[in-house]
Structures are given as C-alpha cells and as structure tokens.
Ligand binder design. Structure first.
Ligand code: NAD
Length: 362
C-alpha cells in the first residue's frame, strides 16, 4: 500500500470545517485505491499564536518540509487583528511560502456548467465555458523588491521596485509551459513590456524558454489588454503565466467571473520533488465560522490538485473533480452558490462534503 504524508494545517475560522471535509474526501480516495494518506496536523495562524505565541512555530515548518504535500484551510480572524504585523496570523502564509520555496502559485478558474447562472458575464460568453489556469510568480517582483520612502520632487514619496532575474523567469515560465503541455497546449505570458524594463527581460526569457516547448503555442499580452480580454473572450485562455503583482490582480478577476470564492482552489509549488502547498483561495470567513455554512468545495478541489501535482495520482484527481461536477449537476448547493429560483434547500458544509464522498462511490 502506497503511503503519502500530508501536513495538515486546519488554521482558523472555517479552516477546520473545510479541511475536515477535504480529509474525508481524501480518505474516501484512499479506500477506493488502496492508498494510505497519513495526515499530520500542525499549527499555524491564530491557532498557533494562541498555543505558542508565534504564528508559524518551527515544528510546523519542519513537519511541512518532511511531508509530500501541505494542505491548509485558512488563517486569520478578528481576534488577532490588533496584534503587531510580525505577530499576525497571515504572517504564517509568508513564512510557509518562503520556508518551502513556493515560487509558483497556480489558480485555476473554471466555470462549472451547472453554475453558469452565477457567472456575471453575458450568457453567450459564459456559454463558451471558462477553463483557465493562472500561474503567478509568488516570491519575486514588486512585492519583494527594494522599497522605502525618500524626499522627491513633490515632497515625501514612497517607492517600490519591480525586478525580475533570468533564472526567476525561467523557472516560472517552465511551470507554465509544462502545465500547458498537459492541457490545451496554449500559454499566454502577460507583461507590460511596452513600458517596463523588467517586463522586457521577462518577455525575452519566456521566448527563449519557449524553444524547449515547440508543442505549446505561446502568445504575449499586455496586462491592461489581458484584463479586458478575460471578460470579453475568457474561453480563449488556457494557461496564463505572469508576475507576482499582475497575477494577484488578474487571478482575482478570473475567480470572480467563475462564481463564488467558495469554489476556487489553489496550489503553490516550488522545485520538483519538494512539497507543494494546497489551499482554497478564500480566507477564514469569521462571519460564518462554526455555523456549518462554508462551502468546502474549494478545499476539496485543492485536494484534487494535490493528488495530481504533488502525489502524481492523476486518475484519483480526475475522480475527485468529476465527483464535484456530478454533485453540482445534481443540484446540490451551499448557500454561497445558490441562485434565486434554485429549488433545493442549501446544504451545510458537512452535507456537501458527504455528497462528494457518496459521488466517489466510497
Ligand atoms: P474571506 O475570504 O475570509 O471572506 C470573504 C467573504 O466570502 C465573506 O463574506 C465570507 O463569508 C465569504 N466566504 C469565504 N469563504 C467562503 C466559503 N468557503 N463558503 C462560503 N462563503 C465564503 O475574506 P476576508 O473576510 O477578507 O478575510 C477574513 C480573514 O481571512 C482575515 O483575517 C484575512 O486576513 C484572512 N485571509 C486568509 C487567507 C488565507 O489563509 N490564505 C486568505 C484571505 C484572507
């Protein structure tokens, strides 16, 4: 029996509720296929602050490093909002990203046919389908560049710097090309090369890496145009690779056109062979925590990404995604994805998780 070790960070708010259902799905996959998924619960975020005084205890990072993958619910909440920045729960996320070397953030934006009515775009555009994966560079660019305050022409000014090195662009470009290779073989690189020097280097490197992937069609788009095309003709996109800041903004736009935040999974990856981290895009939702109201599907779909990308179990990943699609097609809805006129009463977190396990036939 193959054994896989997964560091489990339930976190705060709805985190424990949604990871609870995701683990039930993982167990069901294990039963069906004879895999042993060993989850090792560890603390991070507010829960870790309460227990140890620090948002990311050393043992948590050590356990994560020793596992095949990390599954995270969400961190943060009102209780810890007044703590100084370095002691805030969200600090744990930065510590995990840098501690595990997670430089590639993958965010799929998929419009499930059963949820087409939740898409805010025109019906004829939504009908063409949306199935895009954003590959956002996660550890470089403006969010990590030189910054500060200085005296300028208009008085005190603040500045931030965007810088990208060749090696940094090469590795994220390869993640994009590899992903596109396993999908519809189309990669769009988004930059602002008409204005920014860092974008010109970005584009040169992406073009060079493209020579290694002759089977993948590459195109380039300026970020302003990309933000328009995403709502004009989203079905044209397959995989999008872009910088930290552009990816932050565009992936949120793409997430919104596919419906609720409760449906969006994500993966953060480092070098091959190192553990990746999988988490829903949403936060800890303190407003609905502990009420059995949270949609667990984003976390369940994050487990599907974990099966495919870190545990190399693509068949099992497909099964989980198909089970979610079947559950939605059957009309099952949590409150966040319910549309006016939907007949059935909304399901709670646990009931939705149970439906997915039943659809898996386990
Ligand atoms: P949020 O994503 O937690 O909630 C935004 C809104 O979406 C809320 O109305 C919430 O009820 C709803 N929502 C979120 N997830 C849902 C789900 N699965 N099902 C149904 N409804 C859902 O964002 P926020 O309110 O800005 O942040 C709350 C806390 O989460 C803050 O402390 C923030 O720092 C933290 N946060 C953590 C992460 C993370 O851990 N990766 C990400 C974002 C925010």
């Amino acid at each position: 029996m193959a054994e896989y070790r997964i560091a489990l960070i339930p976190g705060d708010g709805i985190g424990p509720e949604v990871t609870g259902e995701a683990c039930a799905v993982l167990d069901a996959v294990g039963r069906r296929h004879g895999h042993a998924f060993r989850t090792l619960p560890v603390l991070a975020g507010g829960a870790a602050i309460d227990a140890t005084g620090a948002p990311l205890p050393d043992e948590t990072l050590e356990t994560c490093r020793e596992c095949d993958a990390v599954l995270l619910g969400a961190v943060g909440g009102w209780k810890w909002d007044t703590l100084p920045g370095h002691l805030r729960p969200e600090r744990a996320l930065l510590g995990l990203r840098s501690g595990l070397g997670l430089y590639a953030n993958l965010r799929p934006a998929t419009l499930h046919p059963a949820l087409a009515a939740a898409c805010p775009l025109r019906a004829d555009i939504a009908a063409q389908g949306i199935d895009v994966v954003f590959v956002r560079e996660l550890t470089g660019g403006m969010y990590f560049g030189d910054r500060g305050r200085r005296e300028g022409k208009f008085g005190l000014e603040g500045f931030d710097t965007e810088a990208y090195g060749v090696g940094e662009v090469e590795r994220i470009a390869r993640v994009g090309f590899e992903l596109a290779r396993g999908r519809r073989k189309k990669l769009t690189s988004v930059d602002k090369a008409n204005v920014l020097e860092s974008s010109r280097v970005w584009r040169e490197v992406v073009v060079r890496v493209a020579a290694e992937y002759p089977d993948v069609a590459l195109d380039h788009m300026y970020v302003d145009n990309a933000s328009m095309q995403l709502i004009r003709r989203p079905s044209d996109f397959d995989v999008v690779v872009t910088t930290n800041m552009f990816g932050d903004i565009l992936s949120d736009e793409a997430g919104q056109i596919t419906g609720s935040i409760g449906m969006l999974p994500s993966a953060s990856l480092g070098d091959p062979g190192k553990p990746g981290m999988y988490e829903p895009v949403h936060g800890s939702a303190p407003d609905i925590a502990g009420k059995d109201l949270a949609n667990p599907l984003a976390t369940i779909l994050s487990v599907a990404m974990m099966l495919r990308l870190s545990l190399k179990l693509p068949k099992e990943a497909d099964e989980v995604e198909r089970a979610v699609t079947a559950v939605l097609a059957s009309g099952a809805r949590t409150a966040d994805i319910r549309q006016p006129g939907d007949g059935n009463a909304p399901l709670g977190t646990k009931a939705m998780g149970r439906r997915v396990v039943e659809a898996l036939g386990a």
